[in-house]
Design a protein around this ligand. Structure first.
Ligand code: F6P
Ligand code: FE2
Length: 189
């Protein structure tokens, strides 16, 4: 039997960087169709800001193994809507996940396949358990980068399809200087 070697790394708690991890950058142009306000989207697209970066340490997609990744979700808004990650179901839909808040403030939107949504505020030290079958998206509701760690089964995979098409049934917006979680007017079941 060939054994894999253990890994020990220190996450930079200020920047979210995991040394040696694979870096993925998602700009606004990678999120076409995700935000409600298309005019605001097209205006901001001129700058095409980085919305989030992911530092991932991933294994082969095998049952029993684990991946981990930090995400640095930058502050910003498209119209009233706060910057967010794409959000996904797992390709193996029954795979769960754990998130851990490192720095900054935001939250997670979770949703069942039928569209029942939950909002969990997150800050440094918050642990979120994402149960099997729930889609999940993180949102930065502050004006600082929101940094968190995710730990997920190596065979979970990502299913972006239905969220890319229909979004979440709730939106996280700023109105009169307050963070509000409202019904998505464009949501169709
Ligand atoms: O994959 P998304 O929805 O773009 O969100 C990015 C974050 O979610 C994960 O896919 C884990 O759920 C990580 O790779 C990363 O932390
Ligand atoms: Fe996930």
């Amino acid at each position: 039997m060939e054994y894999k070697l253990p890994i020990g790394v220190n996450i930079d708690l200020e920047t979210g960087v995991i040394p040696g991890a694979k870096k993925l950058v998602r700009r606004l142009s990678n999120l076409k169709g995700y935000f409600q306000d298309e005019d605001a989207y097209n205006e901001l697209l001129k700058e095409d800001p980085v919305v989030y970066e992911v530092y991932a340490v991933e294994q082969e997609e095998k049952d029993g193994d684990l991946n981990f990744a930090t995400t640095v979700l930058y502050p910003g808004k498209v119209g009233k809507e706060f910057f967010f990650t794409k959000g996904h179901f797992h390709a193996k839909a029954d795979r769960a996940e754990i998130y851990y808040g490192i720095k900054g403030k935001g939250g997670m939107l979770l949703q069942t396949p039928e569209g029942k949504a939950e909002w969990i505020p997150m800050g440094p030290g918050t642990v979120v358990y994402v149960p099997p079958y729930w889609a999940h998206r993180t949102v930065n509701t502050s004006d600082e980068p929101f940094i968190f760690l995710a730990i997920y089964p190596a065979d979970a995979g990502h299913d972006y399809g239905s969220i890319a098409e229909k979004g979440f049934s709730k939106l996280v917006i700023e109105e009169n200087g307050e963070v509000k979680v409202i019904d998505n007017p464009r949501w169709k079941e």
